[in-house]
Design a protein around this ligand. Structure first.
Ligand code: HEC
Ligand code: HEC
Length: 409
């Protein structure tokens, strides 16, 4: 500031710096605001930004109108950008997809590239469509089965899994897997005493072998034989024709406490798994089947159900899961991790984030809630639309969030 200005100024001059103040002060006048002009470099940046933005308005879509933003001379839209990117990914995938399309599961397993392609695609489709219910690691939770273990409600061969995925479980589809355990208490099929007895008996037959509660075991055994064995098997070994869980192991879908089991017998439950046949294209479902069967572990080979049952008795769960993975790798002569993790071909992610969102937003029944899940409707509009997993998560959001504004400029 020059002396001239100071002299003409009505405003107070700060003693220390000799600069005019704005007249604002804080802390009873001990803190004053100086009236320095903005630095020159700052002003220049400001002017350039203004000029830049004018150019930008002309070239890119900018002004919101009734039917979207003004087009801009370049004709750029985030939709076009997304479409171009997707087309590029699709081209890259097409090489694999063409081969994958006609291949049987056996051929896929025998072909390293196709196998890696299936697992990579299955992995991303799983995150988009299945993880909300089964967990990102497919570890499951109450009411939603763990898909890593050897315990299969409806069968663990790749064809079984493919069937489960296509048509779902109690999904309402014509080909659904359907069965219903009676509500023995609610529908007054058994006396309370009998339910207590059979509950105790079921707990005593489980691998944990605990016998909580006070039911009469002998009586429980009789009730079990008469009422339960038809579905769950004489020894509680489970019945896959009915999706009736194995009861003589240590794996529980609905919990292992006395109360859990009592509730199950009293009220029954009927877990719902959506049918995917109309939501995902067949390639994606096949990729998922390979992924669940081969990659997650615990998948069964055709005709080896009996063997795996025996093994399960000897080994503990975790050892089994590992074993199954390495077995598969040997059988299929495929390196388990390397092709999968290192260089996956562009996976086909079949669903933009909406599917997951939809599920999160209310199509997923509360964990362990008493009310049974309605038929799930995870919307899926992406059919065969390819997208990278990361792209799938972010890109589709762009058009909504940024309207027509070019992102990242
Ligand atoms: C809305 C929740 C939900 C979603 C989404 C879901 N599942 Fe399920 N899934 C279930 C439930 C519940 C069951 C168990 C049904 C029952 O009690 O028999 C199940 C069962 C299964 C089974 C049969 C397991 C067995 O032991 O036989 C497989 C395999 C499976 N799901 C795979 C998938 C895959 C792959 C996806 C993604 C495409 C998926 N699920 C998406 C809820 C879901
Ligand atoms: C019509 C076939 C059928 C009959 C009969 C039946 N169940 Fe079930 N049970 C099932 C099915 C199916 C399930 C799995 C339900 C689901 O997945 O939502 C099940 C689940 C269970 C579970 C839960 C297991 C777990 O892993 O959490 C228990 C416990 C059980 N049943 C006990 C019994 C007892 C005790 C009886 C006899 C009093 C009985 N069931 C009779 C079909 C049957």
């Amino acid at each position: 500031m020059t002396d001239n200005q100071n002299e003409n100024s009505q405003k107070e001059i700060d003693e220390l710096s000799g600069v005019e103040t704005t007249g604002h002060d804080w802390d009873d006048g001990s803190l004053k605001e100086l009236n320095n002009p903005a630095p020159r470099w700052w002003l220049w940046v400001f002017y350039i930004s203004v000029i830049w933005s004018v150019g930008y308005w002309v070239v890119y879509p900018a002004w919101p109108m009734l039917n979207g933003a003004t087009e801009g001379t370049k004709g750029w839209t985030s939709y076009k950008k997304l479409a171009a990117e997707q087309a590029e990914i699709f081209d890259r995938q097409k090489v694999y997809l063409d081969r994958f399309e006609g291949a049987s599961f056996d051929q896929i397993m025998a072909d390293e590239e196709l196998y890696a392609f299936a697992v990579a695609g299955g992995n991303s489709a799983f995150k988009d469509n299945c993880a909300t219910c089964h967990g990102t690691g497919a570890e499951g939770r109450k009411g939603y089965p763990n898909l890593n273990d050897d315990d299969w409600l409806w069968g663990g061969t790749i064809d079984d899994i493919y069937q489960t995925l296509r048509y779902g479980i109690r999904s309402g589809h014509d080909e659904e897997r359907l069965s219903e355990m009676p509500a023995f208490g609610k529908d007054e099929l058994l006396e309370d005493e009998e339910i207590q007895a059979v509950t105790s008996f079921v707990l005593s037959m489980s691998e944990e072998g605990h016998n909580e509660g006070h039911g009469d075991l002998a009586k429980g055994a009789t009730v079990f034989e008469e009422q339960c064995a038809a579905c769950h098997g004489e020894k509680g070994e489970g019945g896959r024709d009915f999706g009736a869980p194995r009861l003589n192991d240590a794996i529980w879908l609905y919990g292992d406490t006395y109360d859990d089991v009592y509730q199950m017998v009293y009220n029954s439950r009927a877990g719902v798994m959506p049918a995917w046949v109309n939501r995902l294209d067949d390639n994606t479902i096949r990729q998922l089947a390979v992924y669940v069967h081969q990659h997650l572990g615990g998948g069964e080979q055709d005709g080896t159900e009996e063997e795996s049952m025996d093994e399960e008795e000897i080994m503990d769960e975790e050892a089994m899961a590992e074993e199954a993975v390495s077995e598969d790798a040997v059988v299929q002569d495929v390196e388990e991790e390397a092709p999968v993790v290192e260089e996956p071909p562009m996976p086909e992610s079949s669903s933009p984030a909406e599917a997951t969102e939809e599920l999160e937003n209310g199509n997923v029944p509360e964990q362990g809630s008493e009310t049974l899940p309605e038929t799930q409707e995870p919307e899926h509009d992406g059919e065969a639309e390819p997208a990278e997993p990361e792209a799938g998560a972010e890109e589709p959001a762009e058009p909504e969030a940024g309207a027509e504004e070019p992102a990242g400029k």
